[in-house]
Ligand binder design. Structure first.
Ligand SMILES: Cc1ncc(COP(=O)(O)O)c(C=O)c1O
Length: 473
C-alpha cells in the first residue's frame, strides 16, 4: 500500500534505497549496486552526493537558501554565468537562468525566441519547427515540439503551429523502394527515418536540408520563430551525433530566414560529450542552448539558456522586460552546486578524461562485439554513446541484458528498445569502467549464443519503469 500516485501504478514497489554515493546505490537489503547510467535518466555526471558539491551547498545554505535575483543581485549567479560563458564558444555570451528543469529551459527558450521576434517587429512569427522522434520535456510547449508515441494522448491539449521535419539520424536506414516509390516508414516524404540504401552522407545531408527549406517555404519564413532540436540525439534514439556539417548548414538556412536555432542540450550538454557544450564540436553559433539536468549532478534543480547579448538589447529597446519568470529561477542552492560542479570539471580536467575514456570504452566494445551477429553499430561522443543491437526481438534482448547485469552482477545499465545507452558518471574510475565493460560484453555474448532458447521465455520481474515496452529508432 502506498499513498503515492506512482508513475507506474501496476508495477511492484521498487526496493527501498538507503543511500547513493558516487557511482553506487545502497539498498535496505544490504545490496550495493554499481550505477552506469548516472541516475537512470543521466543527470548525476559527478555521481551522487558529491562531497565538494555538498559542501558548497552547505556553505551557501548558511548565507541564504534562495533569494529572487530579479530583486537582489546574487554575486554567485554572476560567477556562474561567467563560468558558463568561459566554456561557451562561437559568440554565445549571455546566460538566462530560466527555471529549475530542462522542460522549463526549453519552454523559456521558445518564449524568448517569440518575444525577440515580437520586439523586433516580426509579429507574425509564432510557429516552430522540430524533428520527429524527439523529446524536449514535459510542459505543454516542450511536449508540442517533442515526438514520442506515448505522448500522443495529449495531442489535443498541445499548442498548435508546430511543424515537424525528419529526424537527423545517419545510423537509421530508410526502407525506401525507389521502383515502387513507397516506403515502410510510412509518410516517407514527410518524416523520413534515416538514410536510403546506398545513400552517401553528403546526399543524405543535402536531402535533409532541402526538406527543411521546403518546410520553411510551406509554412512561410515570416511565420516561424525557431527550429528546435537536440544537438546530439539523446536517449530516445540512442546517442546519435549529427553529420559534421549538419548544424552549420541548418543554421545557415535558418538565419537567412530570421529563424532562431534552439538547441536542447538538457541531456547531451554540460560535459557529456567531452566539451562543456555539445555544439562546440561544430562550427556555428546557435541562438539558444538549453541545459538542465546535468548542471548540478542532481544536487539541486537548475536549468539555464546560453544565448547572445544582442537579444538582451532587443528586449531592452522593445518590451523592456522579459515577460515571463518562475519563483525559483536561478535557484541559489542550484547555483552554488553548479559553480562547484564546473570548478571540479575544470580542476580535475574531467573533459579530457571524458574524451579519452569515452573513446577507450567505445573501442573496447567495438573490438569485442563488432563480429557478433547482434551488434549493429556504436556511436556517440564522450560519455554519451550507444551500442545498437540487431536481433529478432530487440526490446527483449535489451530487457535480458539489463536484468542479468542487475541480478547477477549488481550493475545497472540502460538497455532499451534497440540500444544500450552508455552515460556513466565522469567520476567512475578505471577499475569500475573495466569491470562493467567486461561483464557487459560477457553477458551480451552469452545471451546471443543462447538466444534461440531465451527468445521464447517469459521475463519476470522487469518493471515498465526499468524495462523496454516499445521500439524507438
Ligand atoms: C533532451 C531533453 N530535453 C528536455 C528534457 C526535460 O528535462 P526535465 O525532465 O528536467 O524537465 C529531457 C529530460 O529527460 C531531455 O532528455
Amino acid at each position: 500500500m502506498t499513498n503515492i500516485l506512482r508513475k507506474f501504478p501496476n508495477d511492484n514497489l521498487p526496493p527501498d534505497i538507503i543511500g547513493a554515493k558516487g557511482v553506487y546505490y545502497y539498498l535496505k537489503n544490504n545490496k550495493k549496486l554499481l550505477d552506469t547510467t548516472s541516475g537512470w535518466t543521466s543527470y548525476a555526471t559527478l555521481g551522487f552526493s558529491n562531497e565538494r558539491i555538498n559542501n558548497a551547498m552547505k556553505k551557501q545554505m548558511e548565507k541564504f537558501t534562495h533569494i529572487d535575483f530579479n530583486i537582489w543581485n546574487n554575486p554567485m549567479l554572476e560567477d556562474l554565468a561567467q563560468k558558463l560563458i568561459n566554456h561557451a564558444t562561437n559568440g554565445l555570451d549571455k546566460v538566462y537562468f530560466g527555471g529549475t528543469s530542462g522542460s522549463d529551459a526549453v519552454d523559456a527558450a521558445m518564449k524568448l525566441s517569440y518575444q525577440i521576434h515580437f520586439d523586433s517587429g516580426r509579429r507574425n512569427k509564432k510557429y516552430y519547427i522540430s524533428r520527429v522522434q524527439s523529446f524536449n520535456g514535459a510542459t505543454l510547449h516542450a511536449m508540442s515540439v517533442s515526438d514520442l508515441p506515448i505522448l500522443k494522448i495529449y495531442d489535443k491539449l498541445l499548442p498548435k503551429g508546430i511543424y515537424k521535419i525528419s529526424q537527423h539520424n545517419p545510423y537509421a536506414s530508410c526502407k525506401f523502394d525507389v521502383k515502387k516509390n513507397t516506403c515502410e516508414c510510412n509518410n516517407h516524404f514527410k518524416n523520413c527515418m534515416g538514410k536510403f540504401k546506398n545513400e552517401s552522407d553528403q546526399d543524405y545531408l543535402k536531402r535533409q536540408l532541402s526538406e527543411l527549406e521546403e518546410k520553411i517555404n510551406e509554412v512561410g519564413a515570416e511565420n516561424i520563430c525557431a527550429l528546435i532540436g537536440e544537438t546530439q540525439l539523446g536517449s530516445l534514439v540512442g546517442d546519435v551525433p549529427p553529420l559534421k556539417d549538419y548544424w552549420s548548414k541548418v543554421y545557415e538556412i535558418c538565419s537567412k530566414n530570421n529563424i532562431h536555432v534552439i538547441l536542447d542540450e538538457v541531456y547531451c550538454g554540460m560535459g557529456r560529450s567531452g566539451k562543456m557544450f555539445n555544439y562546440s564540436w561544430y562550427d556555428f553559433s546557435p541562438d539558444f542552448v538549453c541545459v538542465g539536468k546535468n548542471m548540478t549532478s542532481g544536487h539541486a534543480p537548475l536549468s539555464a539558456i546560453i544565448t547572445k547579448s544582442k537579444f538582451q538589447d532587443i528586449i531592452a529597446k522593445g518590451s523592456g522586460r522579459i515577460q515571463l519568470g518562475h519563483t525559483f529561477q536561478g535557484y541559489s542552492l542550484g547555483v552554488a552546486a553548479c559553480n562547484e560542479l564546473i570548478n571540479i570539471i575544470d580542476e580535475d580536467k574531467l573533459m579530457d578524461k571524458v574524451c579519452e575514456k569515452g573513446s577507450y570504452m567505445m573501442d573496447i566494445l567495438k573490438n569485442e562485439l563488432m563480429e557478433n551477429p547482434f551488434f549493429k553499430n556504436i556511436r556517440g561522443k564522450g560519455f554519451a554513446f550507444s551500442l545498437e543491437h540487431q536481433t529478432s526481438n530487440n526490446p527483449k534482448f535489451g530487457i535480458l541484458l539489463q536484468k542479468i547485469m542487475k541480478e547477477k552482477y549488481d550493475i545497472i545499465i540502460n538497455s532499451k528498445w534497440h540500444r544500450t545507452s552508455f552515460v556513466p558518471s565522469f567520476v567512475m574510475n578505471d577499475k569500475e569502467i573495466d569491470k562493467f565493460l567486461s561483464l557487459f560484453i560477457k553477458t551480451f555474448k552469452e545471451i546471443q549464443s543462447d538466444w534461440l532458447k531465451l527468445e521464447g521465455t517469459n521475463i519476470d520481474g522487469v518493471s515498465k519503469s526499468m524495462g523496454a515496452v516499445e521500439e524507438n529508432k
